[in-house]
Design a protein around this ligand. Sequence first.
Ligand SMILES: Nc1ncnc2c1ncn2[C@@H]1O[C@H](COP(=O)(O)OP(=O)(O)OP(=O)(O)O)[C@@H](O)[C@H]1O
Ligand code: SF4
Ligand SMILES: [Mg+2]
Length: 321
Amino acid sequence: MNAALDVQGLTTRFDTRAGTVTAVNDVSFSVEPGRIMGLVGESGSGKSVTGFSILGLIEEPGRITDGRVLVEGTDLRAMPPGQLRSMRGRKVSMVFQDPMMTLNPVLRIGDQMSMAVRVHERMNKRQALARSRDALAKVGIPSPEERLSAYPHQLSGGMRQRVAIAIALLHRPAVIIADEPTTALDVSIQGQILAEVRRLADETRTAIVWVTHDLAVVSSLADDICVMYAGRIVERGTAEDVIARPRHPYTRGLLDSVPGQHAPGTHLPQIPGSTPQLSRLPSGCPFRNRCPRATEVCTTEPPVARFGGHTALCHHPLEAA
Ligand SMILES: Nc1ncnc2c1ncn2[C@@H]1O[C@H](COP(=O)(O)OP(=O)(O)OP(=O)(O)O)[C@@H](O)[C@H]1O
Ligand code: SF4
Ligand SMILES: [Mg+2]
């Protein structure tokens, strides 16, 4: 059986004043139907560019220079633009951090959802509204029938984000890319939405890529985790392995800075330094200036991943405990 999403060697570059930067560098992963993959990394690590590249939404000064993006075995990069547009929203959809990227403020929820349904499927308005109502119910929105006649501003931030997720689900896509969709929300609402998303993935068999800078968010929700640093995937494995037995020093650092792992009042360890600018990456391993395990070889040789189940892009990975 094909993976719902299979990304192979995806590479995206931007031409900037400081030269060409590689924002997504040879990224590969796959997500099986019904599984949730957490894509984690600090700001600027390339998570959103990865999401946009998968959907074919990279614009000047950016371009995808390499790689394949297979959705249920079909290569999106080999598709003519018209066909790709029709895949978007139908087979692959995206949920953004700000639900107003999806929602139209001047249209009632029911009107915009039924329009979204009818872009890809022939059905009358009544059927489209019924489909919309079901999608709202699926994401845990109470009294979905009443919400159809609401305008976005009449809903709370959490409800608006649920509506955006419901819209992404309308065509029962194979893949949903969710780019930090709960970051702006209160922690308890985040938890509720994540629980709904977990249930949806199980029920609809949609494969979900959940982008976040917060490893704690995905630790309880995701099946698999990919950790990104400076455009590369530096560690990947099952969520259980990555959280319990991180192998890359960067992942270890991220986990050490997760609140809740330390006694209240103690100082949280932070990874020293900041994400390097892509136009000024150090030689060898891009993490070496911040890495407690760095040695000479890290300065001269870029690490190469040894592929296997739980993989780290590192010369001196932490031992699997
Ligand atoms: N339009 C652009 N022009 C030039 N460079 C860009 C552009 N968009 C992104 N980049 C480069 O790609 C890098 C990764 O950006 P991206 O938005 O994917 O980061 P991110 O991991 O989603 O960060 P955040 O957590 O802040 O959303 C940026 O640091 C920047 O160097
Ligand atoms: S390759 Fe070296 S510098 Fe890079 S993460 Fe591994 S030990 Fe640290
Ligand atoms: Mg982003």
